[in-house]
Design a protein around this ligand. Structure first.
Ligand code: SF4
Ligand code: FES
Length: 217
């Protein structure tokens, strides 16, 4: 199938997503809930791009290409929506995400400093019951990557998405904690988490010790 990305013609397989077409054209589209090891989820709306003839920007990670599609990865409206989405997510966190995280990288990409508005922020809630993994619930942005990694990569089904809207979060083992769940300690959840809401005790210790760059406020 033939599509055009920022004016460049690329050939993609039938069923390829707009994100895959952008990648084939070597064009960068920022993503947050996407992990190429997992099935696309379409939760964050950060991967917005413009498409000729469409009324509004579309999510690149879940939208399939169609023959002759013309995609604009730097569409101004799409970038504004994506930047506002990241800013809103950041405004709900009680601390900025550690500098090494994907969310922090996304904030740098969109040049987001202190959020321009300050809404309700999540209360810090630390779960350190697992011997290797630690849950910082207040940093969860409900991207669903950990749940999908646990299900799709490991097949352990130890994590569950809970709540809705601002209350959305994740829980391990119906909140009995990782140690009493079906968790096999593979670390796939921590590996994919874009905010360190799930991380390793060791990594958190290094961030807190200032050995690697951590929260900036
Ligand atoms: S814990 Fe991390 S990976 Fe899981 S939903 Fe929250 S932010 Fe996403
Ligand atoms: S990366 Fe496409 S919606 Fe999140």
């Amino acid at each position: 199938m033939e599509v055009w990305v920022d004016g460049e013609r690329v050939e993609v397989e039938a069923g390829a997503t707009v994100l895959e077409a952008a990648s084939a054209a070597d064009r960068y589209v920022p993503t947050l809930c996407f992990d190429d090891r997992l099935a696309p989820f379409g939760a964050c709306r950060v991967c917005m791009v413009g498409v000729e003839g469409a009324d509004a920007p579309i999510a690149a990670c879940t939208t399939p290409c169609r023959e002759g599609m013309r995609i604009e990865t730097t569409d101004a409206t799409a970038r504004r929506i994506a930047a506002a989405t990241v800013e809103l997510v950041m405004s709900e966190l009680p601390v900025a995400p550690a500098e090494h995280t994907e969310l922090a990288a996304m904030a740098r990409f969109f040049e987001i400093g202190e959020p321009r508005w300050q809404g309700v922020q999540h209360e810090p809630r630390l779960d350190e019951r697992h011997p290797y993994l630690v849950l910082q619930h207040e940093l969860c942005i409900s991207c669903g990557r950990c749940v999908r990694a646990c299900d799709e990569v490991q097949g352990a089904f130890a994590l569950t998405a809970t709540g809705r809207g601002f209350e959305a979060n994740i829980t391990a083992g119906l909140d009995a904690g990782f140690q009493d769940s079906t968790c096999v300690s593979c670390g796939a959840c921590a590996d994919t988490c874009p905010t360190d809401a799930i991380t390793e005790h060791l990594l958190l210790d290094l961030v807190q010790a200032g050995t690697i760059e951590g929260a900036s406020k």
